[in-house]
Design a protein around this ligand. Sequence first.
Ligand code: SF4
Ligand code: SF4
Length: 167
Amino acid sequence: MLNKTGVPTAEDVLTVTPSEERLKKGPVAIIECFQEIPCNPCTEACKQGAIQPMEDINNLPQLDYDQCNGCGVCLSRCPGLAIFIVDASYSETEAIVRIPFEYVPVPRVGESVVGLNRAGEELGTFVVNKVQSGGQKNKTYTIWLVVPKALAMDVRSIRLGGLRHAN
Ligand code: SF4
Ligand code: SF4
C-alpha cells in the first residue's frame, strides 16, 4: 500500500506506535519513516541517544521510546517531514500533536486549522497552541495542535482555510 499510494497502512503505523503506558507519560516522537532511503539527520539530531546510530544509511530509524523526551529537535531536522511529537498527557481529553510545516502562510497561535489524516482526509478543525520556527536556516516550522486524544495518532498534517467537506 505504501509503495503504491504513499500512505502508510494501519499495520505500518502500529510498528511506530508507542505503548499506551509510554504515551501517557508525556511527549514522545513518532517516526513515520517507512521507506529505506539514504538519510540520517534524525540520528544526528537526537542528543538523548534515543535514535540509534544507523549501521547502514539506508536503514530505517530505530527509536527507543523510553530514551525520548519529546524535545522535538529531530522533527525540525527531518527532510521527509516524517517525525511528529505526540503528548497524550496534555489534559484528560486532549493531546498535543506537533506537526512539521513548510508552507506559507504559517498559522497563528489561537487559529483554528483543518487537521488531516495521513491520506489527506479532513478530521475536523483544531486550535493551534504554539508555533515554533526552525530558525534562520531551517524552513521547517513546528505547529502544536490541540486534538481530541482519540485522534492523536491520526492527525498528521494541517491546512488553512476551513473545512471543504461537512464532517
Ligand atoms: S524528540 Fe528529542 S529525544 Fe526524542 S527522538 Fe527526537 S530528538 Fe531525540
Ligand atoms: S531524517 Fe526523517 S526521512 Fe531521514 S531517516 Fe530520519 S525520519 Fe527518515
